[in-house]
Design a protein around this ligand. Structure first.
Ligand code: NDP
Length: 400
């Protein structure tokens, strides 16, 4: 069918690459291009004997638009799948524009110096992508990603209007360390130490970090504390789903994680303000990242399950209706299949599916779109096929 260039070779990319290689009919060729080429080569060495997909590798600095353009021009992919960090979104979009190549990512752009999660920078590319006749698919991970597809599916098949959405992200996994993050620590800690917020009646309501706590009994996991966080898909879903009055995002955290985080915050280790140390500027959070366990090393140690999904409340045929769509994923099963834990797996699988939707032309419209703006049905079918089967509950326990 075609060729895909994957940028980045970290936790999420590794899963997406495994999945592309399982799907050689669509992904005839992939190029793994990242900052550290040895990681790309190691993955190629492992996977090439197992797949018909022809794997190439390259070194690239994705902060450099000219370098990206040269690489895209030489490989001529049908789509670029951005699995580097949110800081690289705009440079990669610029390179896609210059080469008229479709673009897919899993996280919205963030400037390095402010932990601000907003779509405005990427939405500003809409007209230019439209004119170039190419598609940018934003947020094709799990959350954002599958949560948007779930919302579009609920809207299409189950509701006339959706008034309330609660996105619940539960990780019941245990890696045995007192403190470690399941994905890039810098991104993770920026996310959880930021103020919380949700959207009510079209307006953002801000909370202190971790101010709002609820307890929920998750299928496959059990009872967990969960906390309201700001999350990027709230912004796009509030615009794209009809009738939304309130939309919130909750994530589970254990007490040990929160106590460590509070302590690190109190001593200034989670700050993104550069400081001088022995004549050199360092960012405390980046230094912290360097001393924490590499998320990729958690795979073999992590046991338990994740349960991520959305509870919808709204109206169908004039009657009130509740509906819960979720996926349960087992850390050890993921590790056995692709050598990664469930957090990377639940993001890498939808990333591959998003690229597939664009490569096969199943999703085809020039411009910049969030995932819920496309027909959810083929994506929902692909989730069942490619390792993230979903379950539904028509009488869920609600979150107050
Ligand atoms: P990792 O840190 O494990 O991987 C990032 C990769 O990008 C690394 O291989 C890194 O290179 C590479 N990279 C970083 N900067 C550059 C650069 N300037 N040029 C080229 N390559 C670069 O992160 P994850 O895999 O955990 O996360 C990847 C993305 O997925 C992030 O944007 C994250 O926010 C997103 N994500 C989305 C989720 C969702 O559900 N939507 C959930 C989890 C993550 P090197 O190997 O040299 O460090």
């Amino acid at each position: 069918m075609g060729k895909c260039m994957i940028i980045g070779c970290g936790g999420v990319a590794s899963v997406a690459i495994h999945k592309c290689c399982q799907n050689s009919e669509v992904f005839e060729g992939i190029m793994i291009a990242s900052r550290t080429k040895s990681k790309c080569d190691a993955l190629k060495e492992k996977l090439q004997p197992t797949t018909k997909t022809v794997i190439e590798t390259a070194q690239v600095n994705a902060d450099n638009v000219d370098e990206l353009i040269r690489l895209i021009e030489s490989y001529e992919p049908d789509v670029v799948l951005n699995l580097a960090l949110p800081y690289q979104d705009l440079t990669i979009m610029d390179a896609c524009l210059a080469t008229k190549t479709h673009y897919v990512d899993t996280a919205n752009y963030e400037p390095l110096d402010t932990a601000k999660f907003e779509y405005k920078w990427q939405w500003a590319y809409r007209e230019r992508f439209e004119k170039a006749g190419i598609t940018a698919l934003l947020g094709s991970g799990f959350d954002p990603g599958v949560t948007g597809v779930f919302s579009a599916y609920a809207m299409k098949h189950e509701f006339d209007e959706i008034n309330y959405i609660d996105i619940l992200d539960c990780n019941g996994g245990d890696h045995g360390y007192p403190f470690a993050t399941n994905f890039n620590p810098e991104i993770n800690i920026r996310e959880v130490s930021a103020k919380g917020s949700y959207i009510e009646n079209g307006k953002w309501v801000e909370t202190e970090p971790m101010e709002i706590k609820r307890v929920y009994d998750f299928k496959g996991v059990g009872e967990k504390d969960m906390y309201l966080l700001h999350h990027e898909e709230l912004e796009s879903l509030a615009l794209n789903i009809k009738g939304i009055k309130r939309i919130r995002f909750f994530m589970t955290f254990g007490q040990s994680y929160l106590t460590h985080l509070k302590c690190l915050e109190n001593v200034g280790m989670t700050s993104i303000e550069p400081i001088m140390y022995e004549g050199r500027e360092i960012v405390p959070l980046q230094f912290l990242k360097a001393v924490l366990p590499d998320p990729a090393s958690l795979g073999p140690r992590t046991v338990g399950k994740t349960n991520i999904g959305c509870i919808f409340r709204g109206k169908k045929d004039g009657k009130d209706k509740n509906y819960y769509l979720y996926n349960i994923c087992d850390h050890q099963e993921c590790y056995r299949e692709v050598g990664s834990q469930a957090i990377s797996y639940t993001t890498g699988v939808p990333a591959m599916i998003g690229a597939m939707m664009i490569m096969t032309g199943t999703w085809k419209k020039p411009g910049v779109y969030n995932i819920e703006e496309f027909d959810p049905d083929p994506f929902m079918e692909a989730l069942n096929k490619w390792g993230l089967p979903w379950e539904e509950d028509f009488d869920p326990v609600l979150v107050d």
